[in-house]
Design a protein around this ligand. Sequence first.
Ligand code: AHG
Ligand code: MN
Ligand code: MN
Length: 313
Amino acid sequence: MALMPLTAFLFQKKEENENVTDELILLINEIAAACKEIAGKVRKAGLLGVLGSAGKVNVQGEEVQKLDELANEILFQSLKNCGKVCQITSEEVEDALIVSEAGYAVAFDPLDGSSNIDVNVSIGTIFSIHKDSVMQPGREQVAAGYVIYGPSTMLVMSLGDGVVGFTLDPESGNFLLSHPKIELPEKGKIYSINEANRNKWTSEGLRWFIDYLKTEKYTQRYVGSMVADVHRTLLKGGIFIYPADEKNTNGKLRLLYEAKPMAFLIEQAGGLSSDGTQSLLDIYPHELHQRVPVIIGSRWEVEKCLEYIKEYG
Ligand code: AHG
Ligand code: MN
Ligand code: MN
């Protein structure tokens, strides 16, 4: 039976979800088209001479990879020209680009998992869409999602009424609805955290929690690309954590284009998110590139983690 293409799905959604306007449908199609182009570059990077460093440091103080820059360019061009976007925020650009007074405001991480580009490990693009401004709590997002450039190229997104997944069909060039309803298992058996930082974590309770999971026969998986670690958590359950530590006192991940969109997806799929005290979707952004500690995943593990943090600090 033929799978439904993205555009047909969006027009069907328009009938049942008032947030889905023609403008939003056009915008999501623009993002999907830009990510298809990025996927093309990612899959031939070694042939295009776009591997390695661009020899620059970005506003995050991180070395920019050539593919980060290329992906950023592709997304900026698409969004600037689509005529539906009023404000564009990118991990790779210090200030938001104001395009017009009103419309959809988009924040994106053009390429997440940059440290994995040169070693051919899954990376992705993350996007968050608000009405008028991205400086709002994540709960107000109109849509959020990511494209993961893995063995398959998949678009996973939510329009505020559940989570769906599309797989890119290389022959037709269409994103086809391969996952009509992604729901997080109530409890998983995988935890995902960079344990190299264990002794630097500011929360003693977190160390106790991770040790507890080890007694509960959990396994550990950590790709180092948030998109890949969250995608696995969405499909298999468990917990993904990037905590605050002595070096990164607010954690490493950025609220606007990593934590907020991913928390939106995880909560829409039945899971929970927290910065250790509140849902990541309730945080009022005060800075474009602000960082937050990230605890997201299945309800059972997130609640248990928060119990340990409450108990042991
Ligand atoms: P980006 O490549 O966009 O800077 O994001 C990298 C992030 C995220 O993808 C991942 O979860 C995290 O960095 C991994 O950080 P560590 O290498 O410190 O574990
Ligand atoms: Mn990232
Ligand atoms: Mn990035």
